[in-house]
Ligand binder design. Structure first.
Ligand SMILES: [Zn+2]
Length: 134
């Protein structure tokens, strides 16, 4: 059992985390104005509509920015530093931006790199991460 943090699904986020457990990364698309949301939310921040369609993304994205973590935030991450945390723009109508690890040597990651989603199982929950695309 990992000591690393695991999300606690809520009424608003349960569908998202269930989809992750099926290997699918889904965002919400407002049925009224089309705004795509990530992270999951109860209401559209643009029009306050509470009805959404699920939109599955293909997992491909582009590194918009990143940092290299050298100091472990908790003991559970000791031995994993240095590692990359990036903002990745996923290719959708509205460009959803996702923060996650890029599983690569920090020196190999650059802004503009193409990445693809990969999954890590942690205490029964699939968590999204990225790796450099070939
Ligand atoms: Zn809306």
């Amino acid at each position: 059992m990992s000591d690393k943090p695991v999300p606690t699904p809520s009424e608003d986020t349960g569908r998202f985390w269930d989809a992750c457990n099926d290997g699918r990364f889904v965002v919400q698309r407002c049925t009224d104005c089309g705004t795509e949301l990530f992270y999951p939310a109860a209401a559209c921040p643009n029009c306050w509509n509470t009805d959404f369609d699920d939109v599955e993304l293909n997992g491909n994205g582009t590194v918009e920015s990143f940092t290299v973590v050298h100091r472990a935030p908790t003991d559970a991450f000791e031995g994993e530093t240095p590692y990359v945390v990036a903002l990745v723009t996923m290719g959708t109508e509205n460009d959803v931006t996702v923060m996650a690890n890029v599983l690569a040597n920090p020196g190999d990651v650059s802004v503009g790199d193409s990445v693809t989603m990969t999954w890590e199982e942690r205490n029964g929950q699939q968590l999204y991460q990225f790796e450099l695309a070939e």
